[in-house]
Design a protein around this ligand. Structure first.
Ligand code: ATP
Length: 765
């Protein structure tokens, strides 16, 4: 190492140490304040609220400071004039302000040239320096000189920034968890990350173009830039499945952001974790907008009338409830246009009104032919009696019951007759796809249906108020109990004392006591949002968005009426039959033409050799689609091996062993047709006990066997695709599935097949 290089290392290490000292100082300060707050107690309700807010603030600050411990500072910009700027995961101000700022947050506008400056357009930057660190120790420096006039050779490529650091990141072993890319964000990605908050932005990009990475960094950017607004309303990131959410789960915490709700569609109905699996064809039927009519009919079918009449016992007499009375009441309630549970009150009022007239007719008829003898007050009393009569209530409940979304959907999907009545617009084959067992669990495609039903059913305010009143009564009863104990202990301790002693009982009544002890809601917006179906998010980010059905989009749009959304996906990778192959189709109904399309064109994951194979598959999906350009080659040719059918499991195991040895610390993914998953999974597990297989495989294992659908959005150092012709044949979107499968590799790709290779893989023959 030249002496100037080692001088550089030494002085940068010294600066790094200053930064960590400052971080430690701030951490100690926050820790100390938090400790003091935790020790404080009592005070007024406002005081306590304030303390709670401060506690949350310092806890979050500490979490943020802990999160940035690794890679605190990763870059430096030198300018033609002025002092250099250091770029990091967090902004740090100096203790003495003349040295400010010590470190600039990567999201601050001043950091932008770090991602955008090039030799051709340096924006005043003369040098961009990447600092490589391990813990608190500087391990290396990569410099890019951007000032061509300074005489230094610019070298490197013009299409990437920070080439050395980028290539180091791209060729590193995969770990089963996605890493942040904050040190090497490329300019086309930076544009997306820093776009404004409002409106719908669709980011279309081929595999490996960094859509997921960009979506996550955009969440961090938006939270930094619009902190107040978004902390209150929350940001939702919707991903395709729980395995994928675990894969990306570390990225935002490593960027010191934790207040984001990561969820799958299956999590979007509070109280339901929809994890059951169903055929894609069934999900496709559930995803169509035709289900709106089916659901509306299913609710209407619950508003029934008897064949002729119903009879109940009222006040010792049989009371006939005529079909026509119920029909009129039902028509009036339906005409109100209110949701079913809300309109119920009107149905009951109308029915009771008609029944009271019927009773008046019976008992108030003037034998002399004059007006009815019952006064208005008598009629009101009759109505009151009818309303309070449990038998009448029960009968009316039967004709217009209070319903929950789960009840309506379960009853519908488990009953061929109900389905036939409500889903008359579907074909018999489609209805057969919908029919399921009563004890089958909820699937993700059920969730938008439950959400739609919640809208159709509504919540009866009187019921809600009754429930709130019940809860409050319980709390007051409890408080009275507490106060009684206090009173009891006073009489024991102080009854023989002369002077008056003020007890809690004298200064507070039970209701007020409850109010004072109401628990403060200290949950983050993300936590509160997860528990509330009607929560409206400040921003919604959707990953693998091409897979969502029209019904799922309705649910999402309800959660985001401001339409502040970032939608990332690739219409060439759609595997769900309910998914989309054009973005226009998705957004036209909600925002017309008012959405922005941005395209990412560079593939950071898949090396050129693998992408050449993928390009042939893509051409078969749609010749008009362009594959993204690989940023690097791996120097390894993809391979294919034909094996006898009986030897397939043994050959898979052998290939896994070879690839695991090649991958070293890296990860191996075996992607198989759905029909073979169970058998091959079992065989692999027998030979490689640590392998991850099954519904939700643990990606931290070195070897993972899964279907292509499960592998959506994931990547492995080495990928073995098994029986590609079966993957193609398994679904009408089988070619897209094969495209997804081959583009999961970051280094090596192999194909095992027992029949002829499909034509689209001819380059491997
Ligand atoms: N600027 C970057 N610097 C370093 N690594 C990057 C960069 N951009 C993307 N990557 C890496 O490339 C890989 C692919 O990124 P990502 O998964 O976000 O792509 P994607 O477009 O979502 O792919 P797919 O459509 O196949 O799911 C990841 O390992 C990611 O970390």
């Amino acid at each position: 190492m030249s002496s100037s290089a080692s001088d550089d290392l030494r002085s940068e290490q010294a600066y790094l140490t200053t930064l960590y000292d400052r971080l430690d100082g701030l951490r100690a300060q926050a820790d100390d304040r938090l400790r003091r707050i935790v020790l404080e107690s009592g005070g007024t309700p406002q005081g306590r609220t304030q303390r709670e807010a401060q506690r949350a603030h310092y806890t979050e600050q500490l979490a943020q400071m802990n999160a940035v411990e690794n890679g605190l500072c990763f870059g430096r910009l030198d300018f033609a004039d002025g002092a250099p700027l250091y770029i990091g995961r967090l902004g740090l101000s100096a203790e003495q302000h003349d040295r400010d700022p010590l470190l600039i947050d990567w999201r601050a506008p001043a950091s932008r040239p770090f991602y955008l400056a090039t030799a051709v357009s340096p924006d005043g930057v003369t040098r961009r320096r990447h600092l490589r660190t391990k813990g608190r120790v500087l391990t290396g420096i990569d410099d890019e000189v951007l000032d061509l006039t300074a005489g230094a050779a610019a070298g490197g490529r013009e299409d990437v920034t920070g080439e050395a650091a980028l290539l180091a990141a791209l060729t590193a072993n995969r770990t089963g968890r996605m890493r942040d890319i904050v040190e090497t964000i490329q300019s086309e990605q930076d544009e997306v990350i820093r776009a404004g908050l409002s409106g719908v932005m669709v980011v279309q990009g081929g595999p490996g173009t960094g859509k997921t990475a960009v979506a996550l960094h955009r969440a961090a950017y938006l939270l930094y830039t619009y902190r107040q607004q978004l902390t209150k309303q929350g940001v939702l990131i919707l991903g395709p499945n729980p395995t994928f959410l675990r894969y990306i789960s570390q990225v935002l915490p490593s960027l010191a952001e934790t207040g984001v709700l990561l969820a799958t569609l299956g999590d979007m109905f509070p109280g339901v974790r929809a994890r059951a699996v169903e055929p894609s064809a069934a999900a496709a039927v559930k995803g169509r907008l035709a289900m709106l009519d089916v659901l509306a009919a299913a609710v209407a079918d619950r508003q029934t009338v008897p064949h002729d009449f119903a009879e109940v016992d009222h006040d010792g007499y049989p009371l006939r409830i005529e079909r026509s009375v119920l029909e009129d009441a039902r028509a009036a309630a339906r005409r109100s246009g209110r949701p079913h549970n809300v309109a119920r009150a009107m149905f009951v009022t109308e029915a009771i009104h008609a029944l009271s007239l019927q009773i008046a007719e019976r008992i108030g008829t003037d034998p002399l032919g004059g007006d009815n003898l019952l006064s208005e007050a008598d009629l009101a009393e009759t109505r009151r009696e009818l309303r309070e009569d449990v038998d009448v209530q029960r009968a009316l409940f039967e004709f217009w019951p209070v319903l929950t979304p789960r009840q309506v959907l379960r009853d519908l999907l488990c009953d061929a007759d109900r389905l036939e009545s409500a889903a008359a617009g579907l074909t018999a084959a489609e209805r057969a796809l919908l029919l399921r067992d009563r004890d089958a669990g909820w699937t993700p495609a059920d969730v938008p249906l439950l959400d739609e039903l919640a809208e159709l059913l509504g919540v009866d305010d009187t019921l809600r108020a009754r429930e709130a009143a019940r809860q409050r009564r319980e709390a007051v009863d409890y408080a009275e109990g507490v106060l009684e104990i206090l009173a009891g202990s006073r009489s024991l301790d102080f009854e023989d004392q002369e002077e008056e002693i003020l007890s809690a009982l004298d200064v507070v009544e039970a209701g007020a006591f409850v109010e004072r002890h109401e628990v403060l809601d200290t949950r983050t917006a993300a936590e509160r949002a997860a528990a509330d179906r009607t929560w409206v998010f400040g921003h919604v980010i959707v990953d693998e968005a091409q897979e969502l059905s029209p019904m799922a989009w309705r649910l999402l749009m309800r959660r985001c009426p401001s339409r502040s959304m970032t939608v990332v996906g690739d219409v060439a990778q759609t595997s769900e039959l309910a998914g989309t192959t054009t973005w226009e189709q998705v957004f036209e109904p909600y925002v017309g033409q008012r959405w922005n399309l941005v395209e990412l064109t560079v593939n950071y994951r898949t090396p050129a050799e693998v992408m050449a194979v993928a390009a042939d598959v893509l051409a078969a999906v749609d010749p008009a689609l362009e594959p993204p350009r690989s940023v690097r080659s791996a120097g390894v040719a993809p391979w294919a091996l034909r094996v006898p059918p009986v030897a397939l499991p043994a050959e898979v195991i052998a290939a896994v062993r070879v690839e695991a040895a090649e991958a070293g610390e890296g990860r191996v993914g075996v992607l198989v047709p759905e029909a073979r998953e169970a058998d091959l999974g079992r065989a692999l597990l027998g030979a490689v006990p640590g392998a991850a297989v099954g519904e939700q495989p643990d990606l931290l294992n070195q070897v993972v066997l899964m279907t292509v659908r499960q592998a959506k959005g994931l990547e492995f150092d080495s990928v073995i695709v098994v029986e590609p012709d079966e993957i193609i044949a398994e679904s009408p979107r089988g070619l897209s599935d094969l495209y997804v499968a081959v583009t999961r590799a970051t280094r090596r790709l192999g194909v095992l097949h027992t029949a002829d290779l499909p034509k689209v893989l001819h380059s491997l023959a």
